[in-house]
Ligand binder design. Structure first.
Ligand SMILES: Nc1nc2c(ncn2[C@@H]2O[C@H](COP(=O)(O)OP(=O)(O)OP(=O)(O)O)[C@@H](O)[C@H]2O)c(=O)[nH]1
Length: 361
């Protein structure tokens, strides 16, 4: 990574100020966006991407950051920023995956000429400990200078260290799932996405799945008769069941779905789905897979699930309390079931709740 004409154009005070802002962020997703926003102008590029690899499933999540010039109705030009998040390794272009493979094998930044002949494709590894856990990728018409190279590496190192700290503070120690604090952050983010779904192009930041912004659903999941597991087999075995249940659920959920340990033996899932049938079918698969799993010593364990649609007209706390009411109904009517709040209200099985009934937050 060098060039004979190594003329530093980087404004150090501006970079330091951006790093300061980056480390003031308390949400890992926003932190990733901030990394791209920091590096794009520094490198003089309009687009850059962050490729993240899921350790468990090897699925790839890609965050793209674009800058474009739009001409307003008054004739003035304005820069618009857009973030796009994609979960599908099949969509990584062949030339990018080939480049990432080189970076992975060499453990250092690599460059290749684009197949179209338009400039260079440059990729830097992102380290989590000693392992590569992602890649920073951008297109440019010229090589990275030595100064730029040192700065990109420095910024990526600050980012990775801070990301790991933030990520650890958002995770439950036993299961490794996202914790209650992370749920509150995710609610903020998902609600922003839902409210910007009508205008996806102009949205200042947005998390999208392959089929763009879709309706989201909240599920509260509780292990049935878990007290008996503890009473009969002890707390250590109980802990193991908690860990295994979380792994089994994760194996059914998609990489774009979020699963949180909400507390004790209670979990919350936050996920996009086309409609209530789709959401119900996914959770039914989760329920059936846990039911079919054999837990060492304990045998079989079941879960009950309450589900509610998330809408921007409602507060996240309301939606959560509705899913909790549906869970309560599932418990009352035999456990090992998935119940949908909106369906229960429509069928007249339960009354529509007025806000304030929630004890979850
Ligand atoms: N081993 C273990 N047990 C926990 C943990 N957190 C909560 N628990 C136990 O989870 C059990 C929850 O019991 P209850 O709320 O009475 O519910 P349940 O027995 O699951 O019954 P239903 O929910 O009505 O099906 C209690 O015994 C808690 O001690 C934990 O981190 N580890």
């Amino acid at each position: 990574m060098n060039s004979p004409a190594d003329t530093p154009k980087v404004q150090i005070p501006s970079l330091l100020s951006k790093l300061g802002k980056m480390t003031a962020i308390r949400d890992t997703s926003l932190l990733e966006q901030s990394l791209l926003k920091t590096l794009c102008p520094m490198l003089g590029v309009l687009d850059s991407s962050l490729y993240r690899i899921d350790e468990l499933t090897q699925a790839i999540r890609v965050l793209h950051h674009h800058h474009s010039r739009v001409i307003e109705s008054d004739g003035l030009a304005r820069m618009v920023e857009r973030n796009e998040e994609i979960y599908n390794s099949a969509k990584v272009p062949a030339e990018v995956s080939g480049l990432l493979e080189n970076v992975r094998l060499l453990g250092k930044p690599c460059t290749r000429r684009k197949a179209s002949g338009e400039g260079l494709l440059i990729a830097y590894p992102l380290f989590g400990g000693k392992e590569i856990c992602g890649y920073f990728v951008f297109n440019r018409d010229r090589e990275v200078t030595l100064t730029e190279d040192a700065i990109v590496k420095g910024v990526l190192e600050v980012f990775s260290n801070y990301f790991d700290l933030l990520d650890a503070s958002q995770r439950d120690r036993l299961t490794g799932l996202l914790n209650r604090q992370a749920l509150e952050n995710s609610f903020d983010r998902i609600w922003t996405i839902l409210s910007s779904a009508d205008d996806p192009i102009e949205a200042p930041s947005g998390r999208r799945t392959d089929s763009n912004a879709r309706a989201h659903w909240v599920a509260v999941i509780d292990i049935d008769r878990f007290k008996e597991v503890n009473d009969n087999f002890g707390h250590v075995v109980g802990d193991e069941v908690l860990l295994l249940v979380s792994r089994v659920m994760m194996s059914v959920l998609r990489s774009s779905d979020l699963l949180f340990r909400y507390g004790g033996e209670e979990f919350v899932a936050l996920f996009p789905a086309k409609d209530s049938d789709d959401a119900h079918a996914l959770l039914e698969r989760v329920r059936a897979t846990v039911e079919g799993h054999y837990f060492p010593q304990v045998g079989h364990v079941t879960i009950s699930i309450g589900l509610s649609r998330a809408s921007t007209n409602d507060l996240p706390q309301e939606v959560l309390s509705w899913a909790d009411r549906a869970l309560y109904h599932a418990k009352k009517t035999g456990r090992n079931r998935v119940c949908d709040y909106q369906a229960l209200v429509q069928e007249g099985v339960i009354e529509q709740a007025s806000y304030g009934a929630s004890e979850l937050f």
